[in-house]
Ligand binder design. Structure first.
Ligand SMILES: Cc1cc2nc3c(=O)[nH]c(=O)nc-3n(C[C@H](O)[C@H](O)[C@H](O)COP(=O)(O)OP(=O)(O)OC[C@H]3O[C@@H](n4cnc5c(N)ncnc54)[C@H](O)[C@@H]3O)c2cc1C
Length: 376
């Protein structure tokens, strides 16, 4: 078979990966010289901890297994089984963390409630004040700014893969057998299947092919610091993250939401702290969530000040200088319980988008499902 993949973010690249691994010829077309969308702007968290039980968790666990396997062959991905710690300070936060460890699927996630000393034994950089922490052993991380390039190099080495950067796909061309797309150079690319993994670009071609797409866009603010000067062995989240991830839903979360309001700036920008150390020692820190379009084109300082304060509280030391600030946009299924939106939009042409804030985590497994369903 010959598979045409449109979009070179993590979702497109993982489709290319599975197609090539199954012996097919792959042509991947990207409108930028190299991808620079959500897949490069994210934390690189392979985030199992907050996933909803059932299909979402199964997808994340399978994806983590795939990431680890791919990472063995492609060390430049920077796959690390970091695990994560969510320190808690109040009784209400502790109750949510405790309830998480009592879930029937807690063992599959590697959840454990730790004392502050036990948490510091795993992550000595957490010198600030907290009373306990939720440990999720299954969480992991990769390097988002270089992962796509590393995967591309490995795909090129397969001899079955062609990358066409700097070409925007404009049309789907009807074919009697198979499928084809036309790019902005006027070239037509023909295959047995076309998979559009065009991320949060929901206008233009995607709107023509799927006018009623049940997918929305979400914008996040992020930052990255100079090297910390010491190791941060685990990823770190704050208790605000309990409010955003379905795994924590229940009576304890309701008591937290009702009885312990978020700080106003965190509530206004729908914030949580997630933090992961990059291989150069810098910290990637976020995030905010904006849903109303048009999105602001500037990044706001107040959310950064809030995040810096939360991080300094956990580390018990000043934050290193901030080196980068940026925003990113991802596409999310309007029904957030759905892992992804996969739709056949023409004969031989599939659109796969909307993995939301879990796309970096789940893409290997989402692409594997596409490959299985399409009989690759
Ligand atoms: C700030 C931020 C932090 C996040 N953190 C995490 C995290 O830690 N863990 C996690 O699991 N998820 C995270 N996510 C979500 C995750 O990054 C996304 O779900 C995922 O990257 C989506 O991948 P994608 O390939 O669908 O989209 P993208 O990475 O946006 O790629 C789509 C590509 O398609 C190309 N394209 C579009 N239209 C065309 C066309 N017509 N022709 C050719 N090319 C085209 C674009 O140029 C782009 O390169 C985060 C997202 C953001 C924004």
């Amino acid at each position: 078979m010959r598979v045409i993949v449109v979009g070179a973010g993590v979702l497109g690249t993982m489709h290319a990966w599975h197609a090539a691994a199954r012996g097919h010829e792959v042509v991947q077309i990207e409108r930028e010289p190299e991808a620079r969308g959500a897949s490069l702007r994210n934390f690189g968290q392979i985030w199992v901890s907050g996933r909803a039980g059932g299909e979402e968790l199964q997808t994340a666990l399978r994806a983590r297994e795939l990431w680890e396997g791919i990472g063995e062959g492609v060390p430049a991905l920077g796959f690390r089984a970091t695990g994560s710690l969510t320190p808690v300070r109040t009784e209400r936060e502790l109750a949510v963390a405790t309830a998480a460890t009592e879930r029937p699927d807690a063992a599959a996630r590697g959840y454990k409630l730790l004392t502050a000393d036990e948490a510091r034994a795993l992550n000595p950089a957490l010198r600030g004040a907290f009373s306990a922490a939720l440990w999720c052993e299954r969480d992991a991380a990769v390097e988002p700014r270089t992962a796509q390039l590393a995967l591309k190099e490995a795909l090129l080495a397969s001899g079955r893969y062609t990358f066409l950067g700097g070409r925007e796909v404009r049309d789907v061309v009807d074919m009697p057998n198979g499928a084809a797309v036309r790019d902005d150079h006027g070239d037509t690319h023909t295959g047995d299947a076309v998979v559009l993994c065009t991320g949060a670009w929901l206008g233009g071609l995607v709107k023509e092919l799927a006018p009623e797409l049940p997918v929305r866009r979400v914008r996040l603010q992020m930052m990255q610091t100079d090297p910390l000067g010491e190791e941060l062995p685990t990823s770190v989240a704050d208790a605000d993250s309990f409010r955003y991830y379905p795994a924590y839903g229940g009576d304890a979360l309701r008591a937290l939401v009702d009885g312990q309001p978020q700080e106003p700036v965190a509530a206004e920008h729908r914030m949580q702290l997630l933090m992961v150390q990059r291989r150069d020692g810098g910290l990637t820190i976020g995030d905010t969530h904006a849903y109303d379009e048009p999105f602001a084109f500037d990044v706001l300082e107040e959310p950064y000040e809030h995040l810096a304060g939360v991080v300094e509280g956990f580390l018990g030391r000043p934050l290193p200088r901030v080196r980068h600030r940026w925003a990113g946009v991802y596409a999310q299924c309007a029904d957030t319980t759905r892992v992804v939106h996969r739709e056949q939009v023409r004969d031989g042409v599939w659109l796969v988008t909307g993995p939301g804030g879990r796309g970096m985590t789940c893409s290997p497994a989402i692409a594997e499902t596409t490959a299985d369903e399409l009989g690759w």
